[in-house]
Design a binder for this molecule. Sequence first.
Ligand code: M6R
Length: 608
Amino acid sequence: MCGIVGAVAQRNVVPILLEGLQRLEYRGYDSAGLVVVHDAKLERVRSTGRVAELTVKSTTTHGLIGIAHTRWATHGVPSERNAHPHLSKDHIAVVHNGIIENYEELRTRLTAEGYEFTSDTDTEVIAHLIHSHYARGNSLLTATQASLAELVGAYAIGVIASDNPDQMVCARRGSPLLLGVGNKEHFVASDVSALLPVTRKVVYLEEGDVVELGRLDYRIFDAAGKLAKRAVVISELSNESVQLGEYSHYMQKEIHEQPQALADTLESVCNSQSLVPGIFGAQAAATFADINGILILACGTSHHAGLVARFWLEEIAGIPCNVEIASEYRYRTSVPNPKTLVVVISQSGETADTQAALNHAKGLGHIHTLAICNVPESALVRLCKLRLLTRAGPEIGVASTKAFTTQLAALFLLTLVLAKQRGRLTAQQEQQHLHELRHLPSAVQKVLELEPQIAKLSKKFAKKHHALFLGRGLHYPIALEGALKLKEISYIHAEAYPAGELKHGPLALVDKDMPVISVAPNDALLEKLKSNLQEVRARGGELYVFADADTHIHAADGIHIMQMPEHAGYLSPILHTIPLQLLAYYVALQKGTDVDKPRNLAKSVTVE
Ligand code: M6R
């Protein structure tokens, strides 16, 4: 989703802004722009192409202070006139992430006051609003604070003024923003990766913070307007971790990083002899003792992780579990049970719907909250009492891969800890599970060896328009995930069904042009699944089966088998995810799509 970079420095900031934007490209965008102060004037450059195009257009732009933005359209089509930064009377410039809900009312008022709108965006009202306060003699800081008080909605903003070449103001509420501390220069960005070439010293801003930023110092004011201190932390993210290296795409790199990501996520547990609730936080033991149910809230791929976890939590830990799509739950009238542990799952920790769902749950009286998240300082982590951080490292490809499998590993740990605490795990079973978890990274590594076969198989999908994914039980969510991956990056329409549902409707779609991809682990439902596959074959459907070694499903005319190296018991969904990720990746290559930045999508969905 939209990205912000800003800098106030002793050198030309344009290269810093452009490199920062380039590093934010993965978030998804459809236009980009920057503005600097030069000779007491605002110099703005915007483009509807890639950041590379903006770079070409900015070759003669120069300034010691500037703000830049990649836009993912919400209000108004992707176009140069809607691209940020937005200006007011060539005097104030603003970049903005988020959505201003009362922009129509503000637009009407500001138009009546004589402000001319040149875009369809909600952001432009912020620029004019700040200008209206600034023109009355207020400082940039006071003008911004006064304006923010009038806004309803979510924002992260950066503001500069043509007659103030030494100061920038920025603020956040509902959208992420952080400061970068350099040597006699300061920066602002929506994502730490944008700042890595210039600094690793960062300050994560809190909800409602407003900052006045100069070259030598900065002042942070909290939501109540009081001067606040925020810790400077050294980001653990290395510059290399966001480089592509030997891979063609981030998605491919991230698929291959899964053995390491899983090993890192499981490190503390696999190095110990037993499972303890403390891995979820100091209050975990007491919290887990007080709960009798689980409610999982998440979106997209993270929601699929929750669906897998429901099977584990109910079967192994014997605890009732509901899994809800966050954007639905937040608007649904539900009956809260205060003894429920609310678990939010998110790669980014910034997904607006998941945050809103968590706040909704809290509003209903839920006090036990746990975040399973990949970004340590993110909003969701800060909003929850308990946390377990997945250690997947930065995930740049829009399609979630290593984030998903590490979420599954974290959820399995949750299951085991709860099962143990509830007396449902013998010491022997605990050791067996720990043994299987230690083996998991190498088991995933083995599955990755299927890559050349899958690359070959993908050619059969190049001309397809639709695909069906089948799974049963624990692997139905994996079928959902496979379908999501395929549609997201190859634009092939894909749907997933529990295989037993076929004859209740979707079987009507099956013919020789419909590829049917099936997840076939060697579990208790295998024989049922085999019958479902017969139903498909009998209607001429072409089957692609990812089968465990001992399933005895054999290749035949119209039946393509990908042999999985081993069956991993409860952890099987993690192994079966890998070939589906690879399939989506290679089909997308066949189709020639922009694998890492699929059309219309954003990595971090920070708006509703
Ligand atoms: O950052 P989150 O895990 O909260 O993101 C949720 C979804 O937007 C995300 O999983 C999305 O579905 C992926 N792009 C799918 O690959």
